[in-house]
Write a protein that binds this ligand. Structure first.
Ligand SMILES: Cc1cc2nc3c(=O)[nH]c(=O)nc-3n(C[C@H](O)[C@H](O)[C@H](O)COP(=O)(O)O)c2cc1C
Length: 275
């Protein structure tokens, strides 16, 4: 899974082919095995065929032209509540990595999809919402023009340097990869994660008792998409990558809520700890 984390990339252009029955049943198996997240929210997911949605529910599953050629989506819902998006982000990123391992393309969509239509197909229960969805399918051979523009706009191929994301003791002491010891690879897995508009809002502070996760928000970003807190989804993705990498490297630890009362930077808030 560590290799898969490094291999995953957003795919917006797909080969217009169906998924085989074997692949679809494997996907159903993955979707059926989702457990509640650290904050107690259970997300539920479904594989939705575009043609079936149109025939049965008379809905067009739109992506505002961002995604081309795809025939399937994985969409999910979770009950509204504190940190629901974090748990959803954790769960859907795990699914996305399983899809990557199967050789399939995916792309997190938190803004560019028509929430109402997906809601009809999922038959949303009262109090549930859809934080994000992903197309799933075989990648087209080449990237399209829209895709290249989006990647250029979000600077999708780059990530912030290690020292701007990870710290030791407090936010005034950056942590270099060479000083992160056995955790260097774990932090690299976090750093390589996808995030909404590639804003990378996750920050980690190392102390003797473990790693403390902070969300440092991009000012004004919440106004772009009001239906879900996309930067909390990013935090769930960071937790997912951290846990997968720590387990792969057999580093002990688990999630707990233990606010270390470290002074956070402007727009920063504590979320969770690992230790
Ligand atoms: C929570 C979340 C929401 C996103 N929403 C969109 C979206 O609405 N449309 C889109 O084209 N890409 C979306 N993305 C994809 C990001 O732009 C992409 O992950 C980032 O630029 C890094 O590129 P990479 O995934 O290829 O590594 C989203 C990613 C995340 C994590």
């Amino acid at each position: 899974m560590l290799d898969v984390i490094l291999k995953r990339v957003s795919v917006r252009n797909y080969a217009p082919t169906d998924l085989s029955l074997g692949i679809r049943s494997r996907i159903d198996q993955v979707l059926g095995s989702v457990e509640p997240g650290h904050f107690g929210h259970q997300s539920r997911f479904a594989l939705i065929g575009r043609a079936a949605a149109q025939a049965e529910e008379r809905v067009k599953l739109g992506t505002y032209g961002f995604i081309k050629g795809v025939r399937y989506f994985i969409a999910g819902a979770v009950g509204m509540g504190e940190n629901a998006e974090v748990d959803y982000g954790f769960a859907l990123e795990r699914i996305i990595l399983e899809m990557t391992a199967l050789g399939l393309g995916t792309c997190w969509l938190g803004g560019t999809f028509s929430r109402k239509e997906y809601g009809k197909v999922l038959k949303l229960a009262e109090g549930d919402f859809i934080p994000a969805v992903t197309p799933v399918g075989h990648s087209a051979e080449k990237r399209g023009t829209v895709e290249r523009l989006v990647r250029w706009g979000a600077k999708s191929d780059s990530r912030l340097p290690f020292e701007q994301l990870f710290f030791t003791q407090d936010f005034s002491t950056p942590l270099a990869s060479a000083d992160a010891g056995r955790f260097a690879e774990v932090l690299e897995a976090v750093r390589r994660g996808p995030s909404a508009s590639n804003k990378q809002p996750w920050r980690l502070v190392q102390r003797d008792d473990g790693w403390h996760f902070f969300l440092v928000r991009t000012p004004g970003y919440g106004k772009l998409v009001k239906a879900a807190d996309l930067q909390k989804i990013d935090m769930g993705i960071a937790m997912c990558h951290f846990e997968i990498a720590a387990h792969a490297l057999k580093l002990p630890g688990k999630w707990h809520d233990a606010n270390p009362c470290i002074a956070a930077p402007e727009f920063g808030e504590y979320l969770v700890s690992w230790g």
